[in-house]
Design a binder for this molecule. Structure first.
Ligand code: PLP
Length: 409
């Protein structure tokens, strides 16, 4: 900050809002502006985290269009729903997330505005229950995680879990760092398709995480934002289901914005698992009172679309087909990119929309300036931004910036 800006701030500090410091622009949104201004026809956008088809579009899914037509015909009121949102939507979605298991009266869900709303509501619930709880977050993660918990008044702690050099999970480092976690602390976990690394725990590692939570009294807070975009709907929820079966308490924040392609409609839900029915009932009323003061009630349209799809067998089947095709596209691109260089090999085993390439900030800038390839500053790429015919072009541009490991081509 320059002296001029400092003295301008000091002079205005006594004015209403004058004490506020300017906040940096969202890095990914700035990247979109740079990409739009680039007139090179061969430019490649791997920045923004939305699914794209082979034509580079993020289309409205077929089942969504059909459900919207149904709603247009059948919806007779836009009158208020309660703070819990559309209970039928949350119940149908629970079937997708938790399968046929019923944690009975111990598991409560409410509709939220997207996964972000679910995370924030969960953070507020934790803060109201135990202000001393610390939230353990693996690095790297989605950049919004730490601010969501911090804005709810909770303190956050980082732990390692990923080795950026090998592109693999470093589970020992994670266990080492979590040795400092205390009973009542929260452990934030990506249920599948980790953003940004694409890395995943093995089933054995998930069991170890669950055992650790049980032994140390930690509460897992699972962020499930990409169900169905990794290995399949049931497969991507397996870790969440195992944790709900095994532990007395957990939180699950869900985003349906990616797997239903409903991003701007803000589709989400928060589930809380409590030790017994009496506590669960208190948790439920607290979720509702917090939601009431945060957004009063969640927006309806996206959730109504999801409910309409899930309650209609034909629409549900069509949604699953299209989701399967989206997943196949991502995993096909992963395999193709991974085959291009030994340093890219882990990408084949990773899942979801993202991968984090072993690139310096300088390399990311050089790729943008010299080749019109746009990605986040930490080397995160949106796999769906690639196409069958640009994978090789991309890999060729990357080659000078990748330092081949032993035996690399
Ligand atoms: C890991 C993760 N969690 C949650 C979200 C939030 O999703 P939503 O857009 O539904 O708020 C995102 C969105 O990018 C995400 O990547």
């Amino acid at each position: 900050m320059t002296l001029d800006t400092l003295s301008a701030r000091a002079a205005s500090a006594s004015l209403p809002f004058g004490a506020l410091a300017a906040q940096p622009a969202d890095a990914l949104l700035s990247l979109i502006a740079l990409y739009r201004a680039d007139d090179r026809p061969q430019k490649i956008d791997l920045g923004v985290g939305v699914f794209r088809n082979d034509a580079g579009d993020t289309p409205v899914m077929r089942a969504v269009k059909a459900a919207e037509a149904v709603l247009l015909e059948t919806q007779v009121t836009k009158s208020y729903l309660g703070a819990e949102g559309d209970a039928a939507y949350t119940a149908l979605l629970a079937g997708i997330v938790f399968g046929d298991r019923t944690a009975g009266e111990r598991l409560n869900g409410v509709q939220t505005p997207g996964g972000t709303g679910a995370l924030r509501l969960g953070a507020e619930l934790v803060a109201r229950a135990n202000r001393e709880a610390r939230v353990w977050i693996g690095t790297p993660t989605w950049p919004n995680h730490a601010p969501i918990f911090a804005e709810a008044g909770l303190s956050t702690r980082s732990h390692r879990f990923y080795d950026a050099v090998s592109g693999r999970i470093d589970f020992d480092a994670m266990l080492n760092d979590l040795a400092e976690a205390r009973a009542g602390d929260i452990l934030l976990l990506h249920g599948c398709c980790h953003n940004p690394t694409g890395s995943a725990f093995t089933p054995e590692q998930w069991l170890a995480v669950s055992d650790l939570c049980a032994a140390r009294g930690l509460i897992p807070f699972i962020d499930l934002a990409y169900q169905g975009l990794g290995d399949g709907l049931a497969e991507d929820a397996a870790a969440t289901r195992m944790i709900v079966d095994a532990l007395p308490a957990a939180l699950v924040a869900y985003s349906g914005d990616k797997n239903f392609g409903l991003y701007r409609e803000r589709v989400g839900a928060l589930w809380a698992l409590s030790a017994n029915g009496a506590i669960a009932e208190r948790v439920r009323t607290n979720m509702l009172s917090l939601a009431r003061s945060l957004w009063s009630m969640p927006p309806d349209h996206g959730a109504a679309i999801v409910r309409t799809i899930l309650e209609n067998d034909a629409l549900r089947a069509d949604w699953r087909d299209e989701l399967d095709a989206m997943r196949a596209r991502l995993n096909g691109l992963r395999a193709a990119l991974a085959a291009m260089h030994s340093r890219l090999a882990p990408i084949a085993d990773q899942r979801g929309m993202f991968a984090m390439l072993p690139l310096t900030h300088e390399a990311v800038a050089a790729l943008r300036e010299e080749h019109g390839i746009y990605m986040a500053g930490n080397g995160r790429i949106n796999i769906a931004g690639l196409r069958a015919d640009t994978v090789a072009v991309f890999a060729q541009a990357l080659r000078p910036h990748l330092h081949a490991g032993e035996g690399g081509p």
